[in-house]
Write a protein that binds this ligand. Structure first.
Ligand SMILES: [Zn+2]
Length: 286
């Protein structure tokens, strides 16, 4: 981050701190403490890019989180969203399945007994091919293998679905293709690691990368929740099936700002998957 921007983020954090503290105190008193779900991609010290977090920053973030929040599984998060809770919670998730996470991030989480859900794109885990977004940027990076995933699942990491080929799901008009990416790929991955997948995360995860049929197909297929990635907190009373996540591959000041409930982020509109659009044609066609 540019130093001037960094100073601005710090100043903003400190200026709004009393408001944040009051907000959190009131939320806790009302048993409406928020659930904040972080998503990472790759933790490593080489090939830095917008989806890589350094090992030092990751360790700093995890230490900070552990001290202040309950670090919970996605299913405990959903229980709190449905029933309310007086303590704020954080979930740790990862997308794509980068082999570099074998070396630092996943061992740290397992060692510290911090719950983690790890969303994997099946094609890359099966073939070893790099992810399209890295190829596009001229930095192909190694994906996890199925053997890695079995090992981490055995160590307590929850493996989730992140499609077969990492497409923009919002742009898919063929219902069979969409079903394959959301449901069939998840079933195949579940069979490969001997555990059915319970959660699904949409690639890119912005509102334009979603469509209502994704949520419908996921629910019908038995997934317990779908994760988006455009920011936003989850608060008791919200729809617990759709879990909103916050980007964490970033600098510490912004991370701290997000996790102490930035008032500007409280009103991020939730993606409405009940809205009719072309997805109804998709469902009708099935
Ligand atoms: Zn992804």
């Amino acid at each position: 981050m540019h130093p001037l921007k960094q100073t601005a983020v710090d100043a903003y954090y400190h200026a709004t701190r009393p408001y944040r503290a009051l907000w959190m105190w009131q939320a806790r008193a009302a048993r409406k403490a928020p659930v904040m779900i972080l998503f990472y991609h790759r933790v490593a010290d080489d090939a830095a890019n917008a989806w890589t977090c350094s090992t030092a920053l990751f360790a700093q973030q995890m230490k900070w989180v552990r001290k202040r929040y309950d670090v919970v599984t996605l299913s405990e998060a959903q229980r709190r969203i449905r029933q309310g809770h007086d303590r704020p919670a954080v979930c740790i998730t990862f997308d794509d399945g980068y082999a570099d996470n074998n070396d630092f991030a996943l061992p740290l989480l397992v060692r510290e007994r911090m719950a983690c859900t790890y969303f994997v794109t099946l094609h890359n885990a099966l073939t070893g091919e790099p992810f399209p977004h890295d190829v596009k940027h001229g930095r192909p990076l190694r994906p996890n293998t199925i053997a890695d995933l079995r090992r981490w699942a055995d160590a307590g990491v929850e493996i989730g679905g992140h499609t077969r080929t990492h497409p923009d799901l919002g742009a898919i008009r063929d219902p069979d293709r969409l079903y394959d990416e959301v449901v069939v790929a998840g079933r195949e991955l579940g069979e490969l690691i001997d555990r059915p997948l319970r959660y699904f995360a949409a690639p890119f995860g912005l509102p334009q990368n979603l469509q209502p049929a994704v949520f419908e197909m996921a629910r019908e297929a038995g997934y317990e929740g779908v994760c988006s990635a455009y920011g936003g907190y989850n608060r008791p009373g919200d729809d617990a099936f759709h879990l909103q996540r916050i980007h964490a591959d970033d600098d510490f000041a912004r991370f701290r700002n997000w996790l102490t409930v930035d008032p500007r982020k409280l009103n991020v509109p939730r993606y409405d998957y009940s809205a009719p659009s072309h997805e109804l044609e998709l469902l009708a066609a099935r």
